[in-house]
Write a protein that binds this ligand. Sequence first.
Ligand SMILES: Cc1cc2nc3c(=O)[nH]c(=O)nc-3n(C[C@H](O)[C@H](O)[C@H](O)COP(=O)(O)OP(=O)(O)OC[C@H]3O[C@@H](n4cnc5c(N)ncnc54)[C@H](O)[C@@H]3O)c2cc1C
Length: 511
Amino acid sequence: MSRTSVGDALYDELVDILGEEHVLPEVSARTNRTRVPAPFPVHRWADHVPDIVVLPSTTAEVVEIVKLANRTRTPIVPRAAGTGLSDGAVPLRHGILLDVKRMNRIRDLDLDNYTVTVQPGINMLKLNQELQPHGVFYPDDPASYPCSMVGGRIGTSGWSLIGARYGHTKDLVLSMEVVLPTGDVIEVGSGGGRKLRKASTALTLKELFFGHQGTLGITTEATLGLVPRPEAEFAAFFAYPDYDTAYRSCGALSKSGLATLAGVVLFDEKKLEYLRRDDEAYIEQPHDVVAVNAVALYGTEAEVVPAARRILEIGHETGGRYLGDEVSQGDWAARHDRYAIPLHGRLRDTGQVVPMSWHCEDAAINYSELPAVREKWHAIADRYIEKYGIFDDWGMFAYTNGSHQPYGDYLVEIDIGIWEQKLDDETWTAWSECKKEIAQVAIDHGGSITACHGATRAGEVDLVPLELGATFEVMKSIKRMLDPNHVMNPGKYLFDQAYGEDVPDVGEQRP
Ligand SMILES: Cc1cc2nc3c(=O)[nH]c(=O)nc-3n(C[C@H](O)[C@H](O)[C@H](O)COP(=O)(O)OP(=O)(O)OC[C@H]3O[C@@H](n4cnc5c(N)ncnc54)[C@H](O)[C@@H]3O)c2cc1C
């Protein structure tokens, strides 16, 4: 066994808390939890390896581990499924990696009040399999549905494909138990109760713990709102001869006012081109199709049948051609697989297949700004592709992003393939610059640099203070107050700045 650099004393204390079986010092256990699916500086792999991995199963164990980390000033990083795309679960300063996978129990299913209380290591697919016999479901539905977990969904403040109908993670989690960086345990949510959906006593703290990327504490339990399983679903794919018509139609479909509308997704021509070329789940569409809108309706039969008629009318009236049931249903169903991490790409000049990883840069943008942002983003990508030859533009999506009112801002994403093995310090820096330019466009157009993935990666993280303005100062004060020794996931969100000259010595600084 190769022991880790945390030292024998800390190792022994962790074993006292968890038993030897659930403390993993082996190199394989640690390197396996070093990265997330987003492009990774593989040439600098060693910079991100945690010193030790722990697998607690109870809140009491988490409390003991966090207290130990705080006392010994050891960095501690929570990790759920490790599918987050902004490096949130990557241990930038080594230390203890707290894997929540064993915390996967359903604690309480309340079918009278339509809630379920779970530990953070349960995944969405598994949870819904357990709920299915009861006629209810938990409608948090990311493209990473089969692999991501409740803890990570909260940590990133995730976005759901069917959020227009049911809301996103922050709307669906009613309350939660959080172990703070000092080991204290709090309950956040409406009122003192765990199952209230709305109260107005004092300050609202729940949202503070969404999208914090494990920098403010560890969620150890969450109470989630449930909805009846939909009796009917309807999916429609509309094809367009050009992007502008598709864009206008997307607006009309989103503003239909139909309560059953769960989401509208606009694919641009580069995305279609990429899907045709490289995507295993692609269902053949006619070659004259340049852009597509995908619509989904969820609800009762009585609601969905007439709503489907109306949606077909709107699509048609605004220049769309219905692509038929096979493409529409098949492709919508493939949403969860479609994003399965591509492991290859084709070089544009030779068509040669090479190993590539997939980066998606996301932003929240108002509808009116989508065309301009799209043009600028592709132009930025083109410049880097031409100069470095290891990047590729895999096209763009725009998803309705509002909960319950899908006509506000959109989750906009540009996907870029990267020939990861070719990365070196120069191209990694270029890549970060590219992301920074993309993020800057979002801000210039009144948007946010991220709608669901988070902004903790090199590149866009530099723009967090710009987007937040004076709020960033408040954020730093909160971090310092909750985490006086800067042990929770150090290196993220520029939180070193919260500690001024006195950055606590927590692990090795990333060069
Ligand atoms: C194929 C694919 C498709 C995707 N599609 C979507 C999508 O449609 N919508 C979307 O929102 N995202 C999507 N993502 C991104 C990702 O799946 C989500 O962001 C997801 O929320 C991350 O969950 P996870 O369990 O993997 O968390 P992790 O990656 O393990 O963690 C994410 C962050 O949360 C923190 N964290 C984890 N557990 C806890 C805890 N218990 N307490 C406190 N902090 C914690 C971590 O430190 C980290 O900062 C996709 C990713 C992939 C690979």
